[in-house]
Design a binder for this molecule. Structure first.
Ligand code: GRF
Length: 221
């Protein structure tokens, strides 16, 4: 069966991208990456892509003529050209405009390092620690025009431990991001993710256990 083709958008280190590259390297994984794109020409993730033999493109958003709409249109054109079925935001630190979201709606996902709807936006780990909550984690969701909103596909949970600072918490959460994102992409590729009219996502068919059942919520480090 044809594999689901991904365009992965990044801005920085690309550790989530690496987790997806590693998953795609497995023969039975049902997705492949056709394009990695960055709005930062020096993003480290671009090297990860090139090293894996994946097409990597960057267009600096700073100074791009015509503003957000025209920038997003250029990005959309690259994605279309790559033949992507699914656009994966993986640490893409740039708001995408409404026409971009509309163009890719239902085929555009994001990962955020908190248990949404709590702690949207930048500095999620700092927000989490300041609020004093005892659990954090990550959320994979479909993208809608409102930032860090949109139907939640899956979450993984980790404890916030006494003495945690943002880097310590980020490290613990990232480990789960690297498990969760490739798993969700697999579910989508297998056609198992269904968004109800109420916006609630269900994962169909549990021939094998879902991530939620095996997630380390589950109060481990
Ligand atoms: C991750 O924590 C992701 O959830 C957030 O940005 C970070 C990107 O990390 N959106 P990386 O570039 O994948 O290492």
């Amino acid at each position: 069966m044809a594999k689901l083709k991904l365009a992965v958008l990044i801005s920085g280190g690309g550790s989530n991208l690496q987790a997806i590259i590693d998953a795609c390297a497995k023969r039975d994984y049902p997705a492949e990456i056709g394009l990695v794109f960055s709005n930062q020409t020096d993003a480290k993730g671009l090297d990860r892509a090139r090293k894996a033999g994946i097409r990597a493109e960057a267009i600096a958003h700073k100074g791009y003529p015509g503003g957000r709409e025209s920038y997003d249109a250029a990005v959309s054109a690259l994605i279309e050209q790559s033949g992507a079925d699914l656009v994966v935001l993986a640490g893409y630190f740039r708001l995408v405009g409404e026409s971009f979201v509309t163009r890719w709606q239902g085929r555009l996902i994001n990962i955020h390092p908190s248990l949404l709807p709590s702690f949207k936006g930048l500095h999620a780990h700092e927000q989490t620690i300041t609020a004093g909550v005892k659990f954090s984690g990550c959320t994979v969701h479909y993208v809608v025009p409102e930032m860090d909103a949109g139907p939640i596909i899956a979450q993984a949970v980790v404890p916030v431990l006494p003495g945690d600072d943002a880097p310590a918490l980020a490290h613990r959460v990232l480990k789960q991001e690297h498990r969760l994102y490739p798993e969700v992409i697999r579910w989508i590729a297998e056609g198992r993710v269904h968004v109800g009219e109420n916006g609630i996502v269900t994962i169909r068919d549990s021939r094998r256990p879902d991530f939620a059942e095996t997630s380390p919520i589950i109060a481990s480090r």
